[in-house]
Design a protein around this ligand. Structure first.
Ligand code: CA
Ligand code: CA
Ligand code: CA
Length: 417
């Protein structure tokens, strides 16, 4: 979101120009309020307060869902950030005797042993819908992917969360990413719901010790016959993780510590960036213990992973506003982008414009004629347009499993270049 950040950087010259314009047209009380707002907006991000546990991927890994600071600035984000600036994949899961779980004897590292049955998972291993994002229906977990700056360079980050029924034991949560489609390549005869592993698949594991007193994040890649550990570096540097240490937190529909967990991982510098042509199926699982040969217990359904890649060279906008329409009959998406800062926008393909100038016609996306579906099929290109300058427009390519994205003309009324 570098372009958005740039929008907040108010130079002295621009401030003086804006001030002269306002001073010539606005009543005095409005001027005072406006001056204060301009000064606030113009504060460099470097001067903002820093919060513990937000150093990896500019995300609050603090064991809760809520944003701890006044917005703007939007960063660092948390799960309740709205619009949420990362591609989201959301999981729900049942509980009790109708839950979809693994049968006894199913070992994490041996798919041939897997039986997928209905039944009750042990309470500590039972993934349940207890995460309510801004009052929405509770869900069991999320995976989010975005690019964010780290050391001045755009890096791909993966964030994930989970909730479980009971804290009467440590949490052992797996996020597995498979390349095979379970409908054609099932894990085992007894578990056609999950995909068979293939070389290059990967697993991210969240293990608590001492009731959440310490957390280990691990990553593994499947080499065709076994999981091989991948280096994830040190906590606070390339990854971070936390559980809720307060029994009651806003948005968690259950009460008790260590019922919610969250992680952030610098994918670029650890397991390697997910490229834009990758199709991945993701699922959540729980294990009885830290060992990869332990029995697997609960499981969610497999979901196609939504993720973003960073490709500014792919931006072909010649105007300073841009619009697109994304359609996907499989996922039920039919969305025209963007209304400026849509209030209902919560994930993935949201567009927003911030900063000085965002209310001028030339910096808003106006009504555009969107070509009807049926033409060429694109698999990318959702743009976030700069609020201040056409030449700062940057592309944010979003790879979905089967997207059809039709780009509207960038030659909009009010465009200046
Ligand atoms: Ca958090
Ligand atoms: Ca927080
Ligand atoms: Ca469950």
């Amino acid at each position: 979101m570098k372009n958005v950040r740039e929008g907040f950087m108010l130079t002295k010259t621009r401030f003086q120009r804006l001030w002269r314009l306002l001073a010539s047209t606005a009543p005095r009380p409005l001027l005072i309020i406006t001056a204060l707002l301009l000064l606030l907006i113009g504060l460099p991000l470097a001067n903002r307060a820093t919060f513990a546990g937000n150093t990896v991927g500019s995300f609050e890994i603090d064991g809760d869902l809520t944003v701890e600071h006044a917005v703007p600035p939007a960063e660092p984000i948390d799960w309740d950030s709205s619009p949420f600036p990362a591609a989201l994949t959301t999981f729900t899961d049942g509980t009790g005797p109708t839950d979809d779980i693994f049968g006894q004897g199913s070992k994490e590292d041996t798919q041939s042993t897997w039986n997928c049955v209905a039944g009750s998972a042990p309470p500590k291993d039972d993934i349940v819908n207890e995460i309510s994002i801004n009052g929405a229906s509770p869900i069991a977990g999320e995976i989010a992917v975005r690019f964010a700056p780290a050391g001045g360079v755009q890096k791909q980050f993966l964030y994930a969360n989970w909730s479980r029924l009971s804290n009467n034991g440590d949490a052992h949560i797996d996020y597995e990413f498979n390349q095979a489609d379970p409908s054609t390549t099932p894990a085992s005869p007894g578990c056609p719901q999950l995909p068979a592993r293939s070389p290059g698949d990967f697993l991210i594991s969240f293990d608590t010790q001492n009731g959440g007193g310490s957390i280990t994040l691990s990553a593994f890649t499947w080499n065709g016959s076994a999981f091989v550990p991948l280096s994830v570096g040190s906590q606070g540097n390339l990854w971070d993780a936390a559980v809720n240490t307060a029994a009651s937190i806003t948005g968690l529909t259950a009460t008790g510590t260590n019922l919610f967990g969250e992680l952030a991982l610098n994918v670029t510098d650890t397991i390697g960036e997910i490229p834009c042509n990758k199709v991945l199926f993701a699922s959540m699982k729980t294990r009885a213990s830290t060992s990869l040969s332990a029995e697997v217990k609960d499981r969610t359904k497999v979901k196609p992973l939504n993720f973003t890649v960073f490709n500014p060279a792919g931006a072909n906008a010649s105007g300073n506003a841009f619009a697109a329409r994304i359609q996907d009959t499989v996922l039920g998406i039919n969305q025209t982008l963007p209304a400026a800062t849509p209030a209902t926008c919560t994930q993935g393909v949201c567009s927003s414009q911030s900063g000085i100038g965002s209310t001028s016609n030339s910096n808003q996306v106006l009504n555009v004629a969107v070509p009807p579906p049926g033409g060429s099929v694109l698999q990318a290109n959702v743009l976030s347009a700069s609020s201040t300058n056409a030449r700062r427009a940057r592309a944010r390519l979003t790879r979905r499993q089967t997207p059809r994205l039709i780009l509207a003309s960038p030659s909009l009324p009010g465009s200046t270049s």
